[in-house]
Design a protein around this ligand. Structure first.
Ligand code: HEC
Length: 142
């Protein structure tokens, strides 16, 4: 390796090390409640949605390595803000109904789980049987 190339290489390694210092919030807030869905629904939600929509996130190894960690943490933060199954009781009855039907609508449109998540979590994919279960649960006639 000639000198300029080696220097660029060393700088890149230093930068990769440096960005690891930027703090990432991977804290799971205490789980004080849960949506308490029927077992069939709960199983689907746990496998496909809980990593971003609950306080029970399973943080994968790459969530400890920047810059992947930043992307994972951002999805979890945003996902929890929109809908958190660990805070279900804080939503009004009307909001709960809306969220349930949105769950089906977004899943049926392949918008949830997020496509980038599905690339890595193949078991989170929703087949037609699971979608049908979500449809009935969501109470939609679509
Ligand atoms: C990898 C993280 C991730 C996973 C897994 C995930 N979501 Fe989301 N979800 C998000 C984010 C982020 C948002 C905020 C809206 C956006 O950025 O598109 C969101 C928003 C939502 C919303 C509210 C949005 C609205 O417009 O009403 C619903 C409902 C939802 N997700 C349902 C689900 C369901 C159902 C699953 C599982 C089948 C799921 N999500 C899995 C990240 C995720």
């Amino acid at each position: 390796m000639n000198k300029p190339v080696r220097n660029i290489f060393l700088i890149l390694i230093a930068l990769a090390a440096l960005i690891q210092l930027y703090p990432v919030n991977r804290k799971n807030p205490p789980v004080t409640q849960d949506i308490g869905a029927p077992p069939t629904i709960a199983a689907i939600l746990h496998t496909s949605c809980y990593d971003c929509h609950s306080n029970e996130t399973r943080w994968p190894f790459y969530s400890y390595i920047a810059p992947a960690s930043w992307l994972v943490a951002a999805d979890v933060k945003r996902g929890r803000k929109f809908m958190n199954f660990s805070r279900w009781d804080t939503y009004s009855k009307g909001m709960q109904d809306t969220l349930r039907s949105r769950c089906y609508a977004l899943a049926a449109a392949n918008l949830m789980p997020l496509p980038n998540y599905l690339l890595i979590h193949r078991d989170a994919r929703l087949d037609s049987v699971k979608l049908e279960v979500l449809r009935v649960w969501g109470g939609t006639k679509e």
